[in-house]
Design a protein. Sequence first.
Length: 164
Amino acid sequence: MTRHKIKPQPLSVAVCAIMRRNQILLLKRTKDPYRGYWSLPAGKIKYGEPAREAALRETFEETGLAARFVNHLGVVSERLIKNDLLVGHFIMHLVKLATDIETVVESHEGQLRWFPVDEIGARKNRIIGSDKAMIEKMILQDGKAHYECLIEQDGAHHTLRIFE
């Protein structure tokens, strides 16, 4: 049984799969957890806020993009373990958005860059394991709408152990 550290409640997060042509927008994180890793832009869902609206708000705040809603692809329950302690639990709503705009506004959250979506699988390192799995299973494939995820952290290295 994994012990938990401080946070007894999971954090609800809108994860934004922002698509432009055959590209997806990734952010190189400047904050923990996952500092230095590429990720899908994401942010906390405010109390009473629908996941769809949170995704659109977070996209604009972190990228300057006015995107349009495409679909709510599903939910991932991610647990982050460090030294056998549960240090993070995120209920992640993956929301697919679209834009025709290429130019993004850099923010304090990190560097932004468009990646060809079909090349994500070849980028083994430095993409958060759960984000890579969401892209592969929930965007590129017609995967299921709910996944359980477990990531183990060892120093600055994060390893995806479960995504099922």
